[in-house]
Write a protein that binds this ligand. Structure first.
Ligand code: NDP
Ligand code: 13P
Length: 333
């Protein structure tokens, strides 16, 4: 039984709100920070997050706030759920105000400017003594928010902290597994978004189930090669935060990354598609990072590279697929 009573959830989008709802339903006191004061006032007045999860009312134990510094200074632990593009700035902002507890983030992505893993930013800002961990896995916000069964992996270099965090995060319909493979868990969560765009493009072009399954498995091969070059463990990439999340987001239209790909495959521009989705589509910036990592590490990532060319070089999706199919023959592994 955990003695954690108060958790600060930073980021009042879909995922932060879903996690906050889950924790509040477990009986924890949860403060949910949103950056937009008008949005926070609306959540306080309506007792729900009409912008991101309109159908799920807040329990009495969940309070929205725009006082970030006050919230994190009072919390036993902090759960960060902002998009990767805002991670660094929010981390800088909260670092001087954290209480004595740990930091967990549920962001999927890397730092675009530096292409560094988020745990490297955390170590730089919070130093070696602050316990931290990253939570990732196949988890659509709407499903967790509605109390549907979900499983995540929580990775931390500190095994005791991972077990403690698991105790207050898990329960009800959320099962949490621990891991110490912090690179593997971040790698799967981030780069599957690029592959979900690829699967969406394929389906948007009207290609069939064969093509989708090929993209998922050859995409997994790209994750494995990147993992081998960065120290991730194969079993992590075959687990919830790798294959689990890859299959989820490549096959279900709740995925915003897959929906972006569908729209591109059906002829929409990147700008039109991102605007229509209106929420974080992390695979766009992660596609740039994939190209940078593949080149810096000498890793072959043809699907991720073609996604980046479709996104940023106006390569027509049909040509991207033709080029993938006409690559030189080679052994599967
Ligand atoms: N949604 C999901 O099912 C899941 C999402 N994730 C991950 O969680 C992270 C957050 O995504 P999600 O909640 O879905 O995104 P949403 O688009 O639903 O919400 C984004 C939230 O972050 C805020 N925000 C946007 N940019 C910044 C910034 N620069 N600084 C501070 N806050 C910012 C937005 O504020 P505003 O409303 O004012 O724009 C909004 O509250 C992503 O990394 C995503 O991959 C992980 C698992 C599941
Ligand atoms: O990461 C997610 C589910 O695990 C959410 O995927 P999207 O960001 O593509 O919606």
């Amino acid at each position: 039984m955990s003695d954690v009573r108060n958790v600060a959830v930073v980021g009042a989008g879909s995922w932060g709100t879903a996690l906050a709802l889950h924790l509040a339903r477990k009986g924890l006191g949860v403060g949910l920070w949103g950056r937009d004061a008008d949005h926070v006032r609306a959540m306080q007045a309506e007792g729900r997050n009409a912008r991101y999860l309109p159908d799920v009312p807040f329990p009495a134990t969940l309070e929205a706030t725009s006082d970030l510094e006050g919230l994190v200074s009072r919390a036993d632990h902090v759960l960060l759920a902002v998009p990767s593009g805002g991670f660094r700035a929010v981390l800088h902002r909260i670092a001087p105000h954290l209480g004595s507890g740990g930091l967990i983030w549920a962001t999927k992505g890397l730092d675009l400017d530096s292409t560094r893993w988020l745990h490297e930013l955390v170590l730089e800002d919070l130093g070696p003594d602050r316990p931290w961990g990253v939570a990732s896995g196949p988890s659509f916000a709407g499903e967790l928010a509605r109390g549907l069964p979900t499983a995540l992996t929580l990775a931390s270099p500190d095994t005791d902290f991972a077990e403690e965090a698991m105790a207050w995060l898990a329960g009800g319909t959320l099962r949490v597994y621990t891991s110490d493979d912090v690179v593997g868990v971040q790698l799967g969560g981030a780069f599957k978004n690029v592959l979900a765009i690829a699967a969406g493009v394929s389906d948007g072009l009207g290609f069939g189930a064969n093509a989708r399954a090929a993209l998922i498995t050859r995409g997994l091969a790209e994750l494995m090669r990147l993992g081998a070059a960065t120290g991730a463990r194969t079993e992590t990439l075959m687990g919830l935060s790798g294959l689990g999340d890859l299959v989820l987001t490549c096959t279900d239209n709740q995925s915003r990354n897959r929906r972006l790909g569908l729209a591109l495959g059906q002829g929409q521009s990147l700008e039109e598609a991102v605007a229509a989705i209106g929420q974080a589509v992390e695979g766009v910036s992660t596609a740039r990072i994939a190209v940078a990592k593949a080149s810096a590490l000498g890793v072959d990532m043809p699907i991720c590279s073609q996604v980046a060319r479709v996104l940023f070089e106006q390569l027509p999706p049909t040509v991207a697929v033709e080029e993938l199919l006409s690559r030189d023959p080679k052994p599967e592994f």
